[in-house]
Design a protein around this ligand. Sequence first.
Ligand code: NAI
Length: 308
Amino acid sequence: MKVTVVGAGAVGASCAEYIAIKNFASEVVLLDIKEGYAEGKAMDLMQTASLNGFDTKITGTTGDYSKTAGSDIAVITSGIPRKPGMTREELIGINAGIVKTVSSSLIEHSPNTIIIVVSNPMDTMTYLVHKTTNLPKNRIIGMGGALDSARFKYRLAEALGAPISDVDGMVIGGHSDKGMVPLTRLATRNSVPVSEYISDERLEQVAADTKVGGATLTGLLGTSAWYAPGAAVSGLVQAIACDQKKIFPCSTLLEGEYGLNDLCIGAPVVLGSNGIEKIVEINLSDAEKAKLAESAEGVKKTNGLLEL
Ligand code: NAI
């Protein structure tokens, strides 16, 4: 199992580290345009192998896509992250150019690869990969909902005073502060709806804190987060590499599901060796459907900024 990660920055390197620590991939190639950067990150990570007990071989390259040839999975994290006060949508100009070039170079050397898009605005970048490559939709996956759901669970556990492993919850919709739809009605603590434990007001606060989860960290760090994004990507990569058939909310091309068409947006999907093996349609309440429709409008507005 060969995995390429384009962009050896904060998220790319964190993702490579988690993939290696989980020890399921034989090879991870880091690629960056900054001279020597990917090589340096790869060497530093390899020097943790004996300490962390993994056998994954991590290599780095400055822009040589021949080194990525034959990748089963390719992750795109190249591009600029947001600074405090910025929205993800403001990154579109620079990142669209990068994502378009990177995806075509990846496919040239790995025609059978599955692509995971991380660069922001992620739903629009995922749509861009659909529009500019010939890859079937099951092989184009946007990572956002897995991270947002992890942040939701963190906030739920905090509100409930419960261990995180006891809570479950999912965030669907667009990967933006306004567009996320935390499914509070379906969130549970040990299979019991969380509304049995906390007030509606507290639950609404959990949802609100989840939606600004990325912005909160950007304010604290001065740039966007990397540990949880990297861990979330590694979870998707592992589900595909190990054919786990796990369900994650991922950005995927919708063709009628949830009444939506011609956009990529977060919905629960089954991930296995073929990438997105099924889009799961859960029964949403009218209020949730309305929130998802509004989120889709926002994503489509950003898609409209693409020069296709
Ligand atoms: P970073 O600035 O630390 O790393 C980005 C790397 O991409 C840099 O090392 C840069 O040299 C490289 N790069 C730029 N153009 C390139 C090209 N054409 N080819 C190869 N490499 C190139 O940024 P960070 O924090 O790692 O974030 C990366 C992206 O991921 C940003 O767009 C950020 O907004 C996004 N992100 C998305 C998340 C999600 O949930 N979807 C979560 C966190 C970040």
